[in-house]
Design a binder for this molecule. Structure first.
Ligand SMILES: [Zn+2]
Length: 328
């Protein structure tokens, strides 16, 4: 049965992607997205695992590798990474073994997904099929996939992968990388680097963000594609929105005077979508306003699969601002 699936998979991919090996590595980015999507769609056809979960798992791993010392940045189309030991089996005497039968005997994740007789953890198809086999132990319903992801990663990572999957599903494409400045260009505002200051509004220990001063009611836009993870009152942040993007970055928008009408947790946004309006809420019980001048507190936090930390958004703001003015 497994062999049948493998052959079917190879045939489907050969038929749909004659250029796979020729163009994948040096092809331009759009081509990479197209081929990567093709791989996900083929796996979906054969394994009944919706493509957007595979896309989210792949993107989750891609976005943690640059900030993890214990994981290399994986080359190739698919970023899902297995350690030698995980691939070959923890008790396997030869962690470099590529023999599918022996790997199976030692309970490794490794499989031959592309039909070349080897279970190669650097091969995109072998890796995708290996992860799919793991998920299939749980099933293909959303709840089954959640359970599988929790088991493989951890609770927080599983939650984030599901949010990413919701974004991919909503837009039905993989190229969702653009970002914009949070304040539209035709409004007055000013800011300087205030991240890490010991004084400032919105932080608890150090100032975990950049304050962008503007007038009451100035629209605040989502800087990226994302999933609305948090929306409501926070003692320090006032009316605030937290949006998770596709790079494992959490964007935090605080001190709003109000939210965009109808915006709620679970909504999907794109760069430029209005999420709320500048205000001076916070530093007290719900509704407290005016304890400081109106501004947007904008924070960025990176998650590496284990924990999250704040970093300085100012260089990004400068870049997005520059792009905003260079566009006609
Ligand atoms: Zn602030």
């Amino acid at each position: 049965m497994k062999n049948f699936f493998t052959i079917l998979l190879i045939l489907t991919i050969i038929i749909s992607f004659p250029l796979l090996n020729v163009n994948a590595r040096e092809g331009e980015q759009q081509n990479i997205y197209r081929i990567r999507m093709g791989l996900f769609k083929n796996i979906e056809t054969i394994y009944q695992i919706p493509w957007y979960y595979l896309a989210a798992i792949d993107q989750f791993e891609r976005s943690i590798q640059p900030v993890r010392k214990d994981i290399p940045e994986k080359k190739g189309l698919i970023a899902i990474y297995f350690t030698k030991e995980k691939w070959a089996g923890l008790l396997h005497p030869d962690p470099d073994d590529q023999n599918p039968g022996r790997i199976q005997f030692f309970n490794g994740f490794g499989v031959d997904g592309n039909g070349d007789g080897k279970a190669n953890r650097d091969d995109d198809l072998d890796v995708l099929v290996a992860f799919s086999n793991f998920l299939l132990r749980y099933g293909t319903t959303e709840q089954a996939i959640i359970n599988g992801l929790k088991e493989y990663y951890n609770e927080q990572s599983a939650k984030i992968i599901l949010e990413m999957a919701a974004i991919y599903k909503n837009y039905n494409r993989l190229d969702l990388t653009g970002r914009v400045f949070p304040i539209p260009r035709w409004f007055n505002y000013s800011y300087q680097s205030t991240w890490g200051d010991t004084r400032g509004w919105g932080g608890i220990r150090i100032h975990e963000g950049t304050d962008i001063f503007s007038s009451y009611g100035t629209p605040v836009r989502s800087v990226s594609h994302g999933y609305v993870e948090v929306l409501g009152w926070n003692k320090y942040g006032g009316w605030r929105v937290g949006i998770r993007g596709l790079n494992n970055i959490y964007y935090y928008y605080a001190h709003l005077s109000s939210f965009k009408k109808g915006l709620k947790v679970g909504d999907i946004v794109k760069p430029g979508d209005i999420i709320g309006y500048v205000g001076s809420s916070g530093y007290g019980p719900p509704g407290t306003q005016g304890k400081f001048p109106p501004h947007l507190h904008f924070g960025m936090y990176k998650y590496n699969g284990r924990y999250e930390w704040s970093f300085d958004p100012t260089p990004y703001l400068r870049l997005w601002e520059k792009n905003q003015y260079s566009k006609r």
